[in-house]
Design a protein around this ligand. Structure first.
Ligand code: ADP
Length: 175
C-alpha cells in the first residue's frame, strides 16, 4: 500500500493546496494531509482551525485524512506508515527551499521519497500569505479558497477598519 503525507502550514488551505492534495489522492492509496502545528512563521489560524478547514475542504476524497503533527516531518511520515512526502512547486523560488528540504529529509530518512507536484497554471501565484493579505484589506478571496475558508477569513478580519461584518455575503454565512 502506497501511503503519502502532504505536510505544510495550511494557514489556511487554498485552492492550490486542494489541487495538489486531490492529485496526490489520485496517485497514492492513502494520503494524510499533515498540518504542522508550529511552522517558523506567524500564523493566523490555530492548529485546530487549520485542521478543521482542511478536513472540510477535502471531505470529498475518501482516501484522504487530515491530521496535525509536531516534530520532524519524517518522523510523522513513519508514524503514518508513509513512504512518500508530497510537496507542491509553484515558481522557481519554491524549488530552492523544496530541494533543500528534500535532501535534508533524505539524510534523515533515506527510505522516504519526496515527490513534488507542479502547480496548475491558475494557482502558480496563489499562496496562503497573499490570500490573507487580500482578506485583511477587505478584498474578495472566493476565487482562491473554498467557500468556508473565505467565510473564516472574513470573520477573522471582520473587526478591522477595512472589513466589517455587514459586508459579508449572506450565502457565505449559511454553511
Ligand atoms: P509550508 O509552510 O510548509 O510552505 P504551505 O502551507 O505554505 O506550507 O504549503 C504546503 C505545500 O503546498 C508546499 O509544498 C507549497 O509549495 C505547496 N503549495 C502552496 N501553495 C500552492 C499552490 N498554489 N500550488 C501548488 N502548491 C502549493
Amino acid at each position: 500500500m502506497k501511503i503519502a503525507i502532504y505536510p505544510g502550514s495550511f494557514d489556511p488551505i487554498t485552492n492550490g493546496h486542494v489541487d495538489v492534495a486531490t492529485r496526490a489522492a489520485g496517485i497514492f492509496d492513502e494520503v494524510v494531509l499533515a498540518v504542522y502545528d508550529a511552522p517558523p512563521k506567524r500564523l493566523l489560524f490555530s492548529t485546530e482551525e487549520r485542521v478543521q478547514m482542511a478536513r472540510q475542504a477535502l471531505q470529498h476524497l475518501p482516501n484522504m485524512r487530515v491530521e496535525s503533527y509536531t516534530g520532524l516531518t519524517v518522523e510523522f511520515a513513519r508514524l503514518m506508515g508513509a513512504q512518500f512526502i508530497v510537496r507542491g512547486l509553484r515558481v522557481i523560488s519554491d524549488f530552492e527551499l523544496e530541494h533543500q528540504m528534500a535532501l535534508t529529509n533524505r539524510e534523515l530518512a533515506p527510505d522516504i521519497e519526496t515527490i513534488c507536484l507542479m502547480t496548475r497554471r491558475e494557482y502558480a501565484f496563489l499562496s496562503a500569505s497573499i490570500v490573507k493579505e487580500i482578506a485583511k484589506l477587505g478584498g474578495p478571496v472566493e476565487n482562491f479558497v473554498p467557500v468556508h475558508v473565505a467565510k473564516a477569513l472574513r470573520l477573522r478580519f471582520g473587526s478591522s477598519e477595512q472589513q466589517t461584518e455587514t459586508v459579508i455575503p449572506t450565502q457565505l454565512l449559511r454553511d
